[in-house]
Write a protein that binds this ligand. Sequence first.
Ligand code: NG1
Ligand code: MG
Length: 482
Amino acid sequence: MSEAHNSSVITAESTFQNISSFDADVQARLNILADHGEKGYILRAPGRVNLLGEHVDYSGFGVMPMAVASDVCVKVSYPSSGLVIDNVESRFDTKTYDNLTSSELEVDLANHHWSHYVLCGYKAAFDAMEKKSFAPPALKPLRLTVYGNVPAGSGLSSSSALVVASTLAVCSAYDFEITRTELAVAAIEGERHVGTLSGGMDQSASILSQTGSALYIQFVPSLTASRVTLPAGVTFVICNCLKKKEKAVDASQYYNKRVVECRLAALLLAKRYNLPLEGVKTLRNVVDALVSSPADMLPTMVELADISKQESAKTEASTLADVAALLGCAEGDILSTFFSDRATACADVFADSANFSLWKRAQHVFEESARVMGVAETMPDAPDFGKVMNASHESCRDLFECSCDELNKLVGICMDSGALGSRLTGAGWGGCNVSCVKEGEVDAFIANVKQKYYVEFMGMTEVPDNAICVSNGSCGASRVVI
Ligand code: NG1
Ligand code: MG
C-alpha cells in the first residue's frame, strides 16, 4: 500500500483532498487562507514528529517519523508580474522578486529571511521539471501566500513543511505531474539552498505519511518509505520545551558541524579498514563497503559502534590537523578533497570549530540506527518501545550532545508523569520532545507536565495552546479542495 501511495502523482486531481477530511482547526485555518486576499488554490504540507532515529538520516540510515496535524499551507494566485511571497500573518513581511527564472533567484545566505524557504521550494520545483525534461511554455507570475501553524524552531519541521508546500505549489501552478517520492527528492535537495546540510527525513515524512501510522523511511540505495503500525494502547504526546532552535541561523556551530563530524568519522573508519577514501561521504558508505550481505549489516554496525566507543575513550576531541595526520593528507586539502560537494557550509564549520568529537558522534549514529532497524522489524509488537526511546534520548544527550537543559528537564518530568518513554525529537538543542503514553493516562499526563514543567520550572502562568499536542500519525501533503 505504501508503494502505491508513494508513487501516486500528487499533482493529479485524483489525489486532491477535500477540506472536510481535515480536523476542525485545520479546516478553520484553510478557510482563513482561502478568504485572505486573491482567489486561488491551496497546497498543504504537515510538520512531523520523529519517533526514533535522530541525526542518522544524513548518515544514510533509516528513521521512523510521522506527520502531525500542524501544517504549513500555501495558496497560489496570479499577480500581474513577478514572484510575490507573502503571509497571512503580517509579522512576516512580503518579498517580491521581479525575475521569474529560478536559476537567477539566489537565496541570500547573509540575510536570513522566512521567505527563503519558499524560494527553496520554487527552485526545487524547477529542478524537478528539468530533471523530467518538462519545459513549461512560459514562466508565470505567481503569488504564494503562506499560512502555517508549525511553530518555528520547534523541532517539528516547520522549515521543511514550508519548502514542501512551496515546491508542491509551483509544480501545481505549472500542472507538472510529479509523484510523491519525486516531490520528496526535489524538496530535500531544494531545502539545502538555505545553507543547512539537511538530511531527507522531514520532507519525506511530510509528503509520504498516512493517517494512523508512522513511516520507516530509508534513503539508501534510494528513498523508500513503508508504513509502520503503531504499538496498540499508546498515544504519542509532543511537548515544546519552548527553547527555540532555528537551524539555519547558526548551523555551523550546531547542525552542520554534526554533519561534518560524521563525515570525518566515516573517513577515519574507512582509513582504518584500508577502504578507498574517494567517495566516502557517510557512515553508511563505510558499512556498505564492509558488508557482503544484508544480514551482515547489523553485526557490522555493532562492531563499528564498539570501535567508535573504544576510540572515543582514547580521543576526547580531534583537531582538523589531527584528522589530516590520520588521513595522511594536508589539513588545507581536507575541504577540497572530501567536502567539495558541500564546500561553503563546511568551510564555515571549519572556520568556527577548533575541535571535533568524531567518535562519540559515530557511536551514536551506529547504535541509534541499530535501534531503528530493531524496532522497524518488530513494530507494532515492539517490546519496550518506551525503553528504546529513552536509550535514544540518552545517546542524543550524552554522545551526540544535541539536547539542552530544558529538554532534559522536560523529558525527566514526562517520565515522572508516567510516560513509557520520552526523548527529544528533531535536531534538538531546543524544540520538542515526544513521549509514549498509555491511552487512558494522557489527560493526567498532560495536566502533570503543564504544572511541573510550564508552571513550576518555566514559571509560566498561561501555558500556550500549541505547547502540547497529541499525535498518532496524520496524513501527508496534498492539494486541498475547499
Ligand atoms: P529539524 O531541524 O527538526 O527540522 C533536522 C533535519 C533532519 C534530521 C533531524 C535530526 C532539516 C531540514 N532537517 O530536523 O534531516 O537530520 O534534524 O534527526 O535539516
Ligand atoms: Mg527544520
